[in-house]
Design a protein around this ligand. Structure first.
Ligand SMILES: Cc1cc2nc3c(=O)[nH]c(=O)nc-3n(C[C@H](O)[C@H](O)[C@H](O)COP(=O)(O)OP(=O)(O)OC[C@H]3O[C@@H](n4cnc5c(N)ncnc54)[C@H](O)[C@@H]3O)c2cc1C
Length: 420
C-alpha cells in the first residue's frame, strides 16, 4: 500500500518513519527544500509532559483583552475580518473554563507522556543526539504569576507528575547564573522534563526513514486534494498529479487550506511565535538547562553551546514577518535573567506559526473521507507530541489499535460537538 504524507515538519517526518516501519511504501511531499523548515525549525525545544497544556485556560481571555494591540505583550490578538478567526475565538473562549481546561490538559498530557516514551525508545534504538537537556524550571516573577499557575499545578499533583515548588533562593541554587536583580517570587521545578533541538531530531529521523525507503520529494507544493467517490483519488502538486492508496495530512498551520473541498472542516488557526538563537560566550553566566519566564511566557533553552529564546503568541495574522517589538521582548527577558551569557546582538531571529486548534489537543487519525488521515493541530507542543502522534496515526492507517486511549484526540470532537 502506498501512503502519501503531506508535510515534512516534525509531525510529517516522524509519521513517515512510523509508516515505513510498518512496511508501507511512503512518499513525503513538501514545498520546502528540506525537512523542518517551518514551525519545527526554531521552536523552544521543550519536550514536557507536565507543561503540555492548552492555550485556552482560565484567566487567559482577560489577559489577552487587557493587552489587545500592545506590541510588547506575550499574547497578542489582532482582530481581523476573517470569519475563521472569530469562529476559532468563540470556540476557544468556551474552552477557557476551568473544567474544560482540566479535561484538555489531561488529554494533552496523555499524548505527551506516550510521546516521550516513544522518543526515548527511538533515541535508544538509533543513538540519536538532539542536544537534549534534563530538567525544566518555570520562573514566577510575582505572587500573581504563581497564583495563575495553580490550576496547572493541581493537574500535575492529580496526575502524580514529579514537581517541586521552590522559593527564590532554591531557584538560584538550581540555576546559579540567574541574576539577583530581577524580581523572583518562586519557581516550579519539573525534574523529568526535557528539551532538545527539534530540527536536529527531524533530520536524523528523515535520514533513517530515507534509508528505510521513504521517498522525500522536496520543492513540491500540494495545491489540492482531488476527492472522488468519498476518497482522495490524487493530489494536485506543482510537479503534477500524484495518486496513492492513502494520504496523511501533516502540513502544519496551512493544513486547513488543503482540507477545503474535502468536506472535512477543522477550526485550525496559526498562532505566530518568535525565537532568537545566540551562541553562549560566557558559560558561567548561562543556564545549565532551561527556564521559562511565566510572566512573559518566554522559554530560554540550552541547546549545546547556544541559547534559544522563544515565545510570544500572536493570533490574527497569517503573514510570517519578523516584528521588532516581539524580538525586543525576547531580548529583554533573556537579559533580565542571563545578561552576560551571550552576545545577544548577534542572535539569529526566527518566526513560525503554531498550528492551533481552539481546545488544545491535536487531531489524529481518520476523517470522514475514507483514505484521508490527519496528524495536525499540535499548537505549542508539537515537538513534545510528535513521536507519539506519529505512532498513533501509523497504527490507525495500518488498522491496528493505538496504544493509548484516543478520547479527545481525534477529529470527532469537531464533527459531533456534543461529544467533545
Ligand atoms: C515560537 C514557537 C515556540 C515553540 N516551542 C515549542 C516547544 O518548546 N515545544 C513544543 O513541543 N512545541 C513548540 N512549538 C510548536 C511546534 O513547533 C509545532 O507544534 C510543530 O513544529 C508543528 O509541526 P508540524 O510538522 O505540524 O508543522 P511544520 O513544522 O510547520 O511543518 C509543516 C510542513 O508542511 C509543509 N507544507 C505546508 N503546506 C504545504 C503544501 N501545500 N504543500 C507542500 N508542503 C506543505 C511546510 O512546508 C512544512 O514543512 C513552538 C512553536 C513556535 C512558533
Amino acid at each position: 500500500m502506498h501512503v502519501l504524507v503531506i508535510g515534512a515538519g516534525i509531525i510529517g517526518v516522524t509519521t513517515a518513519y512510523e509508516l515505513c516501519q510498518r512496511g508501507f511504501k511512503v512518499t513525503v511531499l513538501d514545498r520546502r527544500p528540506g525537512v523542518a523548515q517551518e514551525a519545527s525549525y526554531g521552536n523552544a525545544g521543550v519536550i514536557s509532559t507536565a507543561y503540555a497544556g492548552p492555550w485556552a485556560q482560565p484567566g487567559m481571555p482577560g489577559r489577552i483583552l487587557g493587552q489587545v494591540l500592545r506590541s510588547a505583550s506575550p499574547v497578542i490578538f489582532r482582530p481581523t475580518f476573517d470569519p475563521a478567526q472569530w469562529r476559532w475565538l468563540a470556540r476557544w473562549l468556551g474552552e477557557c473554563r476551568l473544567q474544560r481546561f482540566r479535561i484538555n490538559k489531561q488529554r494533552m498530557q496523555r499524548l505527551a507522556e506516550y510521546s516521550r516514551s516513544v522518543l526515548h525508545e527511538l533515541r535508544r534504538r538509533h543513538s540519536i543526539d538532539y542536544e537534549q537537556t534534563q530538567g525544566w524550571l518555570q520562573l514566577f516573577r510575582t505572587e500573581s504569576d504563581l497564583a495563575r499557575a495553580r490550576p496547572s499545578i493541581e493537574v500535575l499533583s492529580q496526575a502524580g507528575m514529579p514537581h517541586r515548588l521552590l522559593d527564590a533562593a532554591k531557584c538560584r541554587a538550581l540555576e546559579p547564573a540567574l541574576v539577583d536583580g530581577t524580581p523572583l517570587a518562586g519557581g516550579l521545578h519539573l525534574p523529568e522534563e526535557e528539551t532538545g533541538n527539534c530540527a536536529y531530531f527531524a533530520h536524523r529521523i528523515k535520514d533513517l526513514a530515507a534509508a528505510g525507503g521513504v521517498d522525500f520529494r522536496f520543492g513540491t507544493r500540494v495545491t489540492r486534494l482531488a476527492i472522488e467517490g468519498g476518497r482522495v483519488a490524487s493530489v494536485a502538486t506543482s510537479a503534477g498529479a500524484i495518486a496513492a492508496d492513502a494520504l496523511v495530512l501533516a502540513a502544519g498551520a496551512d493544513s486547513g487550506q488543503l482540507l477545503r473541498g474535502t468536506g472535512v472542516r477543522l477550526p485550525l488557526y496559526p498562532v505566530k511565535g518568535y525565537s532568537l538563537t545566540a551562541r553562549v560566550t560566557r558559560h558561567e553566566f548561562a543556564p545549565l538547562t532551561s527556564v521559562m519566564d511565566e510572566a512573559y511566557k518566554v522559554a530560554i533553552t540550552r541547546m549545546g553551546n547556544r541559547l534559544r529564546i522563544a515565545g510570544t503568541a500572536e493570533l490574527g495574522t497569517r503573514r510570517l514577518a519578523l516584528r521588532d517589538s516581539a524580538l525586543g521582548t525576547l531580548l529583554r527577558v533573556v537579559r533580565d535573567w542571563f545578561p552576560g551569557a551571550a552576545d545577544y546582538r548577534q542572535a539569529r531571529p526566527w518566526v513560525g506559526a503554531r498550528p492551533m486548534l481552539p481546545d488544545g489537543p491535536p487531531a489524529l487519525g481518520s476523517t470522514p473521507v475514507a483514505n484521508l488521515f490527519v496528524n495536525l493541530g499540535h499548537g505549542s507542543t508539537g515537538w513534545a507530541m510528535a513521536c507519539g502522534s506519529a505512532r498513533v496515526v501509523a497504527d490507525i492507517v495500518a488498522g491496528a489499535k493505538p496504544q493509548i486511549d484516543l478520547d479527545g484526540l481525534t477529529i470527532e470532537r469537531f464533527v459531533r460537538r456534543g461529544k467533545a
